[in-house]
Design a protein around this ligand. Structure first.
Ligand code: GLN
Length: 171
């Protein structure tokens, strides 16, 4: 998706890879496993440093969980960055079979964005300094604070690159 918008991309697996990038996407997946792998690969702290230095980061789904201030229903040893002032409840939309698709109105986009929610987390608290970019029913599903943007859905799973484009404007 980022390449289709003209960005050069690499997969970040080591500190050396991290040194190459101006911005980072933390993708979906399983946030407990991602937390574990970030620790064992010794990438957790270098990424925390870069986030502190205002590197733009976009967290989708599990990536959003990793960027939040607090996590309900996480593992006790799960680490996270506290980079955006939101609290998260993991798996709050239900199990895999409760995954769903819906059209969202998004701040700055002229027409709705078709979004896929897969065992998605819910934002249960939003700090005053967080800019809300989209809501689904009464829940925030796309938000931004400074250089950190988060989505509880998967914008990479459609052919619509407008949300990635919003992120690249920060880079
Ligand atoms: N439920 C997953 C977690 O807690 C997130 C799911 C996803 O990224 N699609 O990490």
């Amino acid at each position: 998706m980022l390449q289709s918008l003209g960005a050069d991309t690499v997969q970040v697996r080591t500190r050396q890879d991290l040194n190459l990038v101006d911005a980072l996407v933390m993708p979906g997946g399983e946030s407990t496993t991602m937390s574990h792998l970030l620790s064992t690969s010794q990438l957790f702290d270098p990424i925390a440093e870069r986030i502190k230095d205002a590197m733009p980061v976009f967290g989708t789904c599990a990536g959003m969980i990793l960027l939040a201030k607090s996590i309900a229903d996480g593992r006790l040893d799960q680490r996270f960055y506290g980079a955006i002032d939101i609290d998260i409840q993991r798996n709050a939309y239900g199990r895999q079979v409760e995954s769903f698709e819906t059209d969202l109105d998004v701040e700055g986009l002229e027409s709705p964005f078709h979004a896929m929610f897969i065992r998605a987390p819910q934002v249960v608290r939003v700090g005053a300094d967080v800019e809300v970019l989209s809501m689904h029913e009464d829940k925030v599903v796309l938000a931004r604070q400074g250089s950190v943007m988060v989505a509880s859905f998967h914008p990479e799973l459609t052919s619509d690159s407008r949300i990635h484009s919003l992120f690249l404007q920060e880079v």
